[in-house]
Design a protein around this ligand. Structure first.
Ligand SMILES: [Cu+2]
Length: 202
């Protein structure tokens, strides 16, 4: 490519990135309290973005709990389930996003579980009823998870029309992410979303 064209291409790429907006979602429960560990996923309508599987994802079992209890992974990510307790666990999910079980085991199971469909997998243990974890499987790289302040921020979102999917574990069991429309222009965007057992609160 001639130098001048290369310069123009670089310039238009820079302009493109500069036009991208930051999207901040302030999550709250129906009473208005900040909601930690809510997840927002932005899917461009009609123009799916490629995602890469993540490496090294694992959910341990420690002191008869899953650790972490919430994990967000991209589609195709293998997750291993090392048991760090001295008791055996029997990890399972009956969710449509991923149905599997790792029968009664100690130590590290040989084969990780590949989360190959978008959606929410609710995990339990056949032996210990109190154990619960959630795997959110996203098919877009544009996602974020809310911090203790309730805020989740997705940086550098290109302009366009999106479906904004929002989810929190306080939604009814096995509820899919709730969907809201979102249009991105050049300016940063802020949204407030109240989530509870019944879905999105008005
Ligand atoms: Cu268990």
């Amino acid at each position: 490519m001639p130098a001048r064209l290369a310069f123009l291409a670089a310039l238009s790429f820079a302009a493109c990135v500069a036009n991208a907006a930051n999207v901040t979602v302030a999550f709250a429960d129906p009473a208005g309290h900040a909601l930690t560990d809510a997840v927002v996923m932005l899917e461009p309508i009609g123009a799916p973005l490629a995602v890469k599987p993540m490496q090294g994802a694992q959910i341990a079992q420690r002191e008869q709990q899953f650790d972490p209890q919430l994990m967000v992974v991209t589609v195709g990510t293998p997750v291993s389930f090392p048991n760090q307790d001295t008791v055996k666990h029997h990890v399972y999910s009956y969710s449509a996003a991923k149905t599997f079980q790792i029968k009664l085991y100690a130590g590290v199971p040989h084969t990780p579980i590949v989360f190959d469909k978008p959606g929410i997998a609710v995990l339990g243990c056949n032996i210990h009823d109190g154990m619960i974890a959630w795997v959110v499987v996203t098919d877009t790289p544009l996602w974020a998870r809310s911090t203790a302040s309730g805020q989740a921020r997705v940086a550098d979102v290109p302009p366009g029309s999106y479906q904004m999917r929002v989810w929190h574990s306080s939604l009814d069991d096995a509820a899919p992410p709730q969907v809201l429309p979102l249009t991105i222009g050049a300016a940063d965007v802020e949204r407030r979303v109240r989530l509870g057992p019944g879905g999105i609160a008005k």
